[in-house]
Design a protein around this ligand. Structure first.
Ligand code: BJW
Length: 244
């Protein structure tokens, strides 16, 4: 019986909430309109903090108008259903939005950080920060200006909670990746790690990910339909474990 399911989500899970993805086969993702090297690296922030902060101000305002969709709600249901039978869901998201939490998920690991928090580069304090950020803002903890940045992980920076993630992966029975292109490491490497740990692997996506051949099973379609259908099957038709 399935006891511990490890789910990795990406931008595709929030696409139908109106937040957009980074890359897509139609060339309409965020990185087709904005250059990630100018907006999502520590070097960009050091050289041009105004542009970087304005990009994240725009994303924060979009998030304020977004609502969780049926995929977020289904994953919250899965967490509750597993807990009720003594099991566990590990939900790791690459997304910096808070839509999993707003849908009711209680334990969400944000490996690429959180848009609604700011971090001070001077004193490392992390605070809730739902408003726009400016280089003139003073850190509430150390009072220095110019150091506050979005609490997100940029290219070249180490993702967060990696030890906790690897521990959970090594203990799980099933690895499921939802709405992620498999283009960005280390998250794109989790499926290979999962296979090495002997887990079954399952991809739920709109289009096949770059690493689709590493999954034992795939389902393609909009997350708002595929994820609730998968959770409904698990909850109503049983939790048979299907080892590799
Ligand atoms: C739907 C759908 C619907 C659509 N329903 N599905 C060469 C080889 C290997 C690695 C590297 C390399 N060169 C550089 C690296 C490392 C680099 C990397 O991987 N680069 C690649 C691009 C090559 N990685 C890093 O730098 C990471 N850090 C690191 O490696 O540290 C180690 C280290 C550090 C220092 C020294 C030495 C080692 C950090 C990566 C940080 C990523 N940051 C971003 C921005 C975060 C903040 C923000 O949001 O602005 O994170 S980039 C962006 O990509 C964001 C995402 O979390 C991440 C992943 O994207 P995701 O979620 O997969 O979205 P998409 O858009 O790519 O895909 C959407 C998917 O949804 C698609 O499959 C669609 O089909 C699907 N979809 N609609 C269901 N309705």
């Amino acid at each position: 019986m399935l006891k511990h399911i490890f789910v990795l989500t990406g931008a595709g899970v929030s696409a139908e909430s109106g937040l957009g993805t980074f890359r897509d086969k139609r060339g309409e993702g965020i990185w087709a309109r904005f250059d990630p090297m100018k907006l999502a690296t520590p070097e960009a922030f050091a050289g041009n903090p105004e542009d970087v902060l304005a990009f994240y101000d725009m994303r924060r305002r979009n998030l304020a108008n977004a609502k969780p969709n049926a995929a977020h709600r289904a994953l919250a249901r899965l967490e509750g259903a597993l807990a009720a039978r003594g099991g566990r869901l590990t939900l790791v998201t690459q997304n910096i939005d808070d839509l999993h939490e707003r849908a009711g998920s209680r334990n969400v690991i944000h490996m690429h950080g959180e848009l609604l928090k700011a971090r001070c580069q001077h004193c490392s304090s992390v605070r809730l920060w739902p408003e726009d950020l400016s280089p003139a803002d003073a850190c509430p903890d150390c009072s220095r200006t110019g150091g506050l940045r979005p609490h997100v992980v940029w290219f070249g920076e180490m993702p967060l909670h990696m030890d906790e993630i690897d521990r959970a992966l090594s203990q799980a029975d099933l690895f499921v990746a939802i709405g992620t292109s498999g283009a960005v490491y280390p998250a794109a490497g989790f499926v290979a790690d999962a296979r090495a740990y002997g887990l079954r692997t399952f991809e739920i996506n709109m289009d096949p990910a770059d690493n689709a051949d590493l999954f034992d099973e795939q389902r393609y379609g909009p997350a708002s339909e595929t994820v609730p259908a998968w959770v409904e099957e698990l909850v109503t038709k049983g939790w048979a474990r299907n080892d590799r």
